[in-house]
Write a protein that binds this ligand. Structure first.
Ligand SMILES: *Cc1c(COP(=O)(O)O)cnc(C)c1O
Length: 360
């Protein structure tokens, strides 16, 4: 068996230890004679799995008691709609457009009310985060929405916007659990787990309790009311059972690694190896303004489309998978999530150096 270095933006690399454990438990989970895939979500065994997953996540992120943790499904893209349906009481919200995912959320919100563009970095292909220290924020906004780490463009908010007292809603899909966060700064934060945490099919929503209510927009499906899931501990209907079980294992892996401060240290160390190389390379260039660089997604180019394609193909042959940039931007992108070992980044940089030598 040969594992490659997988730089996919998502679904993405998972810790090998977790995959091995899951494989060992596939046919018989803890002596119950069946796989987690086969058991009732109402069983005692599964109840322990989901409760422990929530408890471990709360511990990792230091989630205060007045926040609910919801395990949902439908993709982060469905949350683009659930957010306005549940939170747009005045039918008006502010969006900061830092890339395709933020834009999609903004467009979705427009179906339900007035979505105000507060700032945008579209003028420079989303290669930076706009200054959000003194935005013009209308008084009647229900919330301010951001995409905190822009998976496609490789930018990250290193300072959260000043929302001037409005509720902050953040899509943290591609930076979830990559470093410590102060949950109290958000009204709601959510992540599709297939970027940094688990298999596709699970979304985790962390929401302040006072924002959960029955007063949602008319026509909101029962399944899209946060209250439905909050009242039923994410077991209103069948949850994505197996995916939650894998997430739970990743939470335990993160705890064993030393928690989120340690992940931050590791992620900074890994990203530095790649960014330092990009800064000194005569061939490869990073595409993002330095102070807005993401620790998770690192886009780069050679400046020559054919050479980019050649690099991606050669890298694949050498065991570095999924380095092609997003179809909307081209070039390359290395996603170096929690589960990417430092050795993987070092090996990639060594390969890039060699490629540069050969294509001078
Ligand atoms: C991948 C991604 C999404 C879309 O996720 P789906 O689960 O495919 O709907 C949304 N936001 C961000 C930041 C992403 O990286």
């Amino acid at each position: 068996m040969a594992r490659v270095y997988n730089f996919s933006a998502g679904p993405a690399v998972l810790p090998e230890e977790v995959l091995r454990e899951a494989a060992a438990e596939m046919l018989d989970y803890e002596g119950c004679g069946m796989s987690v895939m086969e058991m009732s979500h109402r069983s005692k065994v599964y109840d322990k799995i989901i409760k422990e997953a929530e408890a471990d996540l709360r511990e990792l992120m230091n989630i205060p008691d007045n926040y609910k943790v919801l395990f949902l499904q439908g993709g982060a893209s469905l949350i683009f709609a659930s957010v306005p349906m549940n939170l747009m009481k005045n039918r008006k919200a502010g969006y900061i457009i830092t890339g395709q995912w933020a834009k999609k959320a903004y467009q979705e919100a427009k179906i339900y009310g007035e979505a105000v563009e507060l700032a945008s970095s579209a003028d420079q292909t989303f290669s930076y985060i706009p200054d959000c220290s003194d935005l013009d924020i209308p008084d009647d906004l229900d919330y301010v929405y951001i995409c905190e780490n822009n998976t496609i463009y490789g930018t990250k908010y290193h300072t959260l916007p000043d929302t001037k007292g409005k509720i902050l809603v953040a899509d943290v899909s591609s930076c979830f659990l990559s470093e410590p966060v102060d949950v109290t700064k958000y009204g709601l934060l959510y992540a599709g787990v297939q970027k940094n945490v688990g298999p596709a099919g699970v979304q985790i929503v962390i929401i302040r309790e006072d924002l959960i209510s029955d007063e949602v927009l008319a026509g909101t499906p029962t399944m899209m009311k946060f209250k439905t899931h909050a009242d039923n501990d994410s077991l209103y209907n069948t949850p994505p059972c197996y995916g939650i079980y894998i997430c739970g294992k990743v939470f335990k892996w993160l705890k064993a690694m030393g928690g989120l401060s340690e992940m931050k240290r590791r992620n900074e160390e890994k990203a530095k190896i790649l960014y330092d190389f990009l800064d000194e390379s005569a061939l490869f260039k990073g595409t993002v303004r330095k102070k807005d660089r993401s620790l998770m997604n690192v886009p780069f180019v050679t400046g020559d489309v054919e050479l980019d394609a050649r690099f991606v193909a050669d890298a694949k042959k050498a065991g570095f998978e999924n380095l092609k940039g997003h179809r909307s931007v081209g070039g390359m992108r290395a996603s170096i999530y929690n589960a990417m070992p430092k050795e993987g980044v070092e090996a990639l940089v060594a390969f890039m150096r060699k490629f540069e030598e050969e294509h001078k």
